[in-house]
Design a protein around this ligand. Structure first.
Ligand code: SF4
Ligand code: SF4
Ligand code: SF4
Length: 423
């Protein structure tokens, strides 16, 4: 195994291949607080890519209700339990070891690559610790839909005192999931055929269908369970990051990188997707402060990776839900949760402006600019003064063309009185 640097863990870790990075990386931010669980994203992906034979249970994009839902069932609980079994009582973060290249502190536990040697099954030692879900587990995309967790930790034990922040006593939330196009993909690490590769231009992880022999090692290894087996072709398939759109090949895109199908279809406007530049020397994101994804993840630190402790350095980031018990969120997103929620609750002037860009149009926003507007509202949040400014945020594509201009306050059109009733 090689030693590679994982900035989300704030340390080097073991990985079967040498450290190697693309020029840009496909990355996205999902704002859990705004998702309405409508599944439009799931259907957008399905109707584009997975409507054929053998793909009936294949949901490259799925939205599951936490804590009971999961696709496949209990995927995250199982992965966490396996890690805990391999390294009992030591799967912990040290958030005090904070720094520029370790924004969430240091993860002192074991990743799925490091724990692999501690779990030897009938097939002998594996490169990645994982498991193969049963057919039954793949059968229900969202079996625990809208089922809240009650006060006693079991279904049906509802607290009647109502809901109030900072934590609701009865809670659930929607978790939106696609392949994370990981920096250190477990699927790629586990494939004995070397059929999985990461594109050097945008970091999208793909399975070469010609080379794949359907051994399902990727399905077993991916901790997020985002590689799926297709019975009809006897090969594995996964989210392809809608790469033709990223390449600007969408009919209307005119050569400009476009956001993916699941992103642009989002009704709740919770999704933003982009390409971040990678610093080849460090393997970390290059300093690109006017890129909205860079701003949300690196500068404002309001969006966090999903289960970073697995060790794949996932490139999907989430703004955590404000109402959910913190212990649950710490396990899911690491120690950056408290700061992220604090910043989202009382957003800075810049954050509020950038939030307007979520799903504002279809092309990928490479850069934004903010023009100051007047103060329109004042209040106190958590006892501290807070003001709302009606700033204007402008998004540009990679070629510098203006894509969209949004104000923080929604524009209001008043009809003249004589046309008030005309439809
Ligand atoms: S999420 Fe899973 S399938 Fe996607 S790149 Fe990471 S390890 Fe591979
Ligand atoms: S990025 Fe494209 S292929 Fe991947 S889940 Fe979204 S719509 Fe499906
Ligand atoms: S389309 Fe958007 S709002 Fe609807 S379920 Fe998907 S992520 Fe949530």
């Amino acid at each position: 195994m090689s030693q590679v640097y994982n900035w989300q863990l704030g340390r080097k870790m073991a990985y079967p291949y040498e450290e190697k990075h693309p020029d840009h990386q496909f990355a996205f931010v999902f704002n859990i607080n705004r998702c309405i669980g409508c599944q439009t994203c799931s259907m957008a992906c399905k109707s584009t890519w997975t409507f054929s034979k053998g793909q009936e249970y294949m949901w490259w994009n799925n939205v599951e209700s936490k804590p009971y839902g999961g696709y496949p069932q209990n995927w995250d609980v199982k992965a966490l339990e396996m890690l805990e079994e391999a390294n009992p009582g030591k799967q912990e973060w040290d958030a005090t070891k904070n720094g520029a290249r370790r924004p969430y502190g240091s993860y002192d536990g074991m990743t799925i690559f490091e724990a692999a040697s501690r779990r030897v099954g009938p097939e002998g030692p594996q490169r990645v610790m994982g498991y193969l879900p049963s057919d039954e587990e793949w059968r229900f995309p969202n079996i625990g839909e809208d089922t809240p967790k009650g006060t006693k930790g079991v279904r049906g034990t509802y607290d009647k005192s109502g809901v109030s922040l900072p934590e609701h006593k009865n809670w659930f939330f929607y978790l939106q999931r696609i392949c994370n196009h990981c920096t250190y993909p477990a699927c790629l690490a586990a494939c004995p055929r070397k059929a999985i590769y990461k594109r050097p231009e945008d970091g999208i992880v793909l399975i070469d269908q010609e080379r794949c022999r359907g051994y399902r090692k990727c399905v077993e290894a991916c901790p997020y369970k985002k590689s799926m087996f297709r019975t009809e072709t006897r090969t594995s398939e996964k989210c392809i990051g809608c790469y033709p759109r990223i390449e600007g090949k969408e009919t209307l895109a005119n050569g400009t990188p476009w956001e993916t199908r699941c992103m642009t279809a989002c009704v709740g406007k919770i999704r933003m997707q982009g390409l971040v530049e990678i610093d080849k020397k460090t393997g970390d994101w290059a300093n690109d402060p006017q890129n909205p994804i860079h701003f949300l993840v690196k500068k404002e630190k309001v969006a966090l990776p999903l289960y970073p402790q697995f060790g794949t350095e996932p490139n999907g980031y989430y703004i955590p839900p404000r109402w959910v018990p913190r212990a649950y969120l710490h396990q899911m997103f690491g120690p950056g949760v408290d700061q992220a929620i604090e910043r989202y609750t009382a957003p800075s002037r810049e954050l509020l402006a950038v939030m307007q860009l979520f799903r504002a149009q279809q092309a990928i926003i490479a850069r934004y600019e903010i023009k100051d507007g007047p103060k329109v509202y004042e209040t106190k949040i958590n006892g501290k003064p807070w003001a709302l400014f009606n700033d204007t945020v402008i998004g540009y594509d990679a070629k510098g063309n203006e894509l969209v201009s949004m104000t923080v306050e929604e524009g209001l059109q008043r009809r003249p009185a004589e046309r008030a009733n005309s439809i």
